[in-house]
Design a binder for this molecule. Structure first.
Ligand code: CUA
Length: 329
């Protein structure tokens, strides 16, 4: 029983040290630099904490006789104590300043030659993502960022409305997204996998529902993914999908674009390859036909305040529409 308790406590203690949204499990150069700085700060502060506790314990243990008249420490002893304290503080601060300087250098070291540029623009409450391909053409997607393993990607961050903040803790530190300006962040991921980003600046009622799926994949897989994203949507396969496409071109196409169709709205996310994504509505629901049906029927119930209105559709049209959306791969 005691062993079980010990193991449980250890599990609770280390459970925050991993996962897909943790700065303690770095998966890229920039996150590793910040992780190193964090460990250094914990170590320096830990040593100072232990020294203070040790000094306190020693002074409590070394009691002086209550009646003695010479309780005051001598000037020499006082001077020695102050000297040691000042030395420890200066040494600790020097280590932290040097560590912070080196971490800062490491964060900016790769900025000379990024392999690729991506524009990420914050909206209430989703992410517009645009990749510049080899031909200089911008390819738009939303709410899911793919990054090539081992290459440096320069992310140009901005906002279309209020201040948001881009933070994918496993890959890099956070940086604000400010209307009217583009901040730069270089990302060099070193471990493949799915990670979770989250808007890290309060930006309104649905700030918590502004998540970002991030996939780090090998360069070949990334190149094929980007080539796929650059293609227009395939023609609807079958009468049901065709009916859904016709429904989509009406009310949905005012705000959303599906390249290769008349739908060319810019107010909402580009849905050309919607079904290739992992989630919908910026991480609010998993990608599935049921999720799409629920989202289309009651967006305000699922994400109150979102710009997505509830569009009254006949059940047959709603069904065809969700069928069509799941074909957008
Ligand atoms: Cu966007 Cu918080």
């Amino acid at each position: 029983m005691k062993r079980l308790l010990r193991v449980s406590l250890l599990c609770v203690f280390v459970s925050g040290c991993g996962g897909i949204q943790s700065p303690l499990a770095p998966a890229g150069d920039q996150a590793a630099a910040l992780h190193g700085l964090l460990l250094l700060m914990v170590a320096v502060c830990g040593v100072i904490y232990l020294l203070v506790l040790g000094g306190l314990a020693w002074s409590l243990w070394r009691r002086r006789p209550a009646a003695a008249g010479d309780n005051e420490p001598s000037d020499a002893a006082l001077g020695r104590g102050l000297g040691v304290t000042a030395g420890v503080i200066v040494a600790g601060l020097t280590v932290l300043i040097v560590g912070s300087f080196l971490a800062d250098r490491a964060l900016f070291a790769t900025r000379a030659q990024p392999a690729m540029e991506v524009r990420v623009t914050g909206h209430q409450w989703w992410w517009r993502i645009e990749y510049r391909d080899a031909a200089g053409r911008w390819i738009e997607t939303a709410n899911e960022l793919h990054l090539p393993l081992g290459r440096t990607t320069r992310v140009l961050l901005g906002s279309a409305d209020v201040i948001h903040s881009f933070w994918v803790p496993n890959v890099a530190g956070k940086i604000d997204m400010i209307p009217g300006r583009r901040n730069l962040l270089d990302l060099t991921p070193r471990r493949a996998g799915w990670y979770r980003g989250q808007c890290a600046e309060f930006c309104g009622a649905q700030h918590a529902h502004m998540a970002l799926d991030v996939k780090v994949e090998d360069a070949t897989t990334f190149d094929s993914w980007l080539a796929e994203q650059g293609r227009p949507a395939a023609a609807p396969a079958g009468p049901r999908a065709a009916q859904g496409a016709a429904v989509f071109a009406g009310p949905c196409g005012i705000c959303h674009a599906v390249r290769g169709t008349p739908a060319a709205g810019r107010a909402g996310p580009d849905l050309t390859h919607l079904a290739s994504r992992r989630s919908i509505a910026a991480g609010t629901l998993p990608m599935s036909r049921g999720g799409l049906q629920g989202w289309i029927a009651q967006p305000q119930a699922l994400k109150p305040g979102t710009s997505m209105p509830a569009v009254p559709l006949r059940p047959a049209d709603a069904d065809a529409l969700s069928s069509y959306l799941t074909t957008l791969r």
